[in-house]
Ligand binder design. Structure first.
Ligand SMILES: Cc1cc2c(cc1C)N(C[C@H](O)[C@H](O)[C@H](O)COP(=O)(O)O)c1[nH]c(=O)[nH]c(=O)c1N2
Length: 238
């Protein structure tokens, strides 16, 4: 007997109570929506509106993140929600110090272009989320991490991408800020040494987005042709 094709489970709340659920293909509209979210997702720095994000919306985004795949199903992530202006101001100061250092790693015109870029929206976006990875969440030996210790960090990045795409569908912009000295974020948020800091995300409603990556629009770097990135059977030096 064919399975019930209408029984689409809630991605987050459905538990292991059902061993298998329907894997029916999406309708064209649903498929288009998924690809639209992927194709129009942007890293946002300056387009944030100041309106606070409702709690239920934030919960949906966190639920999307928590539905991500993870090595050995360890779910190594935590999400530190930072709303206060004082904390965001302090984070911005930490960014500014690191950004000054970063600018000095580029030379000449590239440095001038770097300095002209806005690379964060920490004070403009009403919500920041620091995403961390706890390598001890599932004990010392983790299924799938036995031969590659990076797998828990990779899992956490999967959660971030889920959140990023769900946010796009909700009209919420996300900007990933990584220009920080680790110790500054650690001290600010009281994160213990054993926890890995994976991302500082800025979130807020947006009413406009770049059609292409802002770094491409501003002449920093262009998208590579996909065909140059795909190999057949073996690695190729190109
Ligand atoms: C791990 C990681 C870290 C960062 C980023 C991304 C990722 C995946 N990006 C965003 C990045 O610049 C952006 O994704 C690319 O330029 C492509 O643009 P779209 O995301 O398609 O808009 C980013 N952007 C920025 O302005 N400041 C930053 O510190 C970072 N850091």
């Amino acid at each position: 007997m064919r399975p019930d094709m209408t029984a689409v489970p809630d991605v987050v709340t459905d538990t292991a109570s059902q061993a298998l659920v329907s894997a029916c293909a999406f309708s064209k509209e649903e498929r288009d929506a998924v690809y639209r979210a992927i194709g129009t997702r942007r890293d946002v720095r300056d387009q944030f509106l100041s309106d606070p994000l409702p709690d239920d919306l934030v919960q949906r985004l966190l639920g999307a993140a928590h539905a991500a795949p993870s090595v050995g199903f360890m779910q190594p992530w935590n999400f530190i929600l930072v709303r206060s202006e004082e904390m965001r101001q302090a984070a911005w100061q930490a960014f500014s110090r690191a950004n000054e250092e970063a600018a000095n790693l580029f030379d000449g015109e590239k440095r001038d272009l770097y300095k002209s870029l806005k690379l964060e929206g920490i004070r403009k976006a009403p919500l920041s989320i620091c995403v961390t990875c706890d390598p001890d969440k599932a004990g010392p030996v983790v299924l799938g991490r036995t031969h590659n210790p990076k797998m828990d960090s990779f899992s956490t990045v999967c959660a971030i991408q889920n959140l990023w795409l769900a946010a796009r569908a909700e009209g919420v912009g996300v900007g990933w800020v990584s220009i920080f000295r680790d110790e500054d974020v650690r001290a600010l948020l009281g994160i213990p040494e054993r926890i890995e800091i994976v991302a500082w995300l800025c979130l807020g409603y947006v009413d406009q987005l770049y059609g292409e990556p802002e770094l491409a629009v501003k002449g920093w770097r262009q998208r590579l042709p996909l065909e140059d990135l795909v190999f057949s059977e073996r690695w190729q030096e190109r």
